[in-house]
Design a protein around this ligand. Structure first.
Ligand SMILES: *Cc1c(COP(=O)(O)O)cnc(C)c1O
Length: 238
């Protein structure tokens, strides 16, 4: 299977899931997760009309970025844990950060964006399974409330939604209750109409469980393996 064929297959699966859920497939954005993937493969995905890419390491993407300069319509988002001391590099490299996992990171990133005179869309990452090994703020935490309440202070960031990664299981149905809780929280925050907080992106669902995520209300899915094939290196978001 070529990358183009894989993408066509993923798009068909999105259509089918959307149709089952009576949702408009155009409201579901496909992000290609290109961590560990070569620049050549990323170019193939771009040729097949992928415009949104997810990367999880500043260092790795720095090395690839030069080879991807011609993909002028591409948007590059950070989806992995970002150390606060890399906030400046992240602002220079990425068009969005989908993994804001602390108040401290939000403030550092905002300061770096201000310095670079940029405005960046961001998502707050929720550690939906309460897992030790994963980053993200807890669902019903004071830190989440604080992040949402300092929206107006984060002049150079736009809080656009939430991202989550449920505990891994071979059975995708196991993700459903986590996705449902995410959707409930997403709607609850939307209804609060907080200043400088816009809830229009709910990023849930990966290669093995994105159909379930679509049924539960995902507006963005993050697909790596089903597009680029199995990654050779160790799976990691750290
Ligand atoms: C690697 C990764 C993905 C993609 O996972 P696949 O199972 O390969 O689709 C999605 N989201 C995050 C945060 C990741 O780190």
């Amino acid at each position: 299977m070529t990358i183009r064929e894989n993408i066509a297959r993923v798009r068909k699966r999105i259509q089918a899931a959307a149709s089952r859920a009576r949702r408009d497939p155009k409201k579901i954005e496909l992000m290609a997760v290109s961590k560990t993937v070569s620049a050549a493969s990323i170019c193939e995905a771009y040729e097949a009309d992928i415009r949104l890419f997810g990367e999880n390491r500043v260092q790795e993407f720095t090395a690839k970025a030069a080879a991807l300069r011609d993909l002028t319509q591409a948007r590059w988002h950070m989806i992995g844990h970002l150390q606060t001391n890399k906030a400046g590099s992240a602002i220079a490299l990425f068009d969005g950060v989908d993994s804001i996992d602390s108040l401290r990171l939000a403030r550092k990133l905002n300061a770096a964006a201000m310095q670079a005179e940029k405005k960046l869309p961001v998502l707050i990452e929720i550690n939906i399974g309460g897992e030790q090994a994963k980053s993200g703020v807890a669902l019903d935490s004071e830190e989440l409330n604080q992040l949402l309440s300092i929206g107006p202070e984060l002049t150079n960031l736009e809080i656009r939604g939430l991202m989550a990664l449920p505990p891994y299981s071979d059975d995708p149905e196991q993700s459903r209750p986590y996705f449902r809780r995410m959707r409930e929280k997403f709607d609850e925050i939307s209804n609060q109409r907080l200043p400088a907080v816009r809830m229009d992106v709910l990023s849930i669902g990966m290669s093995h469980d994105f159909e379930i995520a679509i049924e539960e209300g995902a507006t963005r899915i993050r697909v790596g393996t089903a597009i680029f094939g199995e990654r050779k290196s160790v799976r990691s978001t750290a």
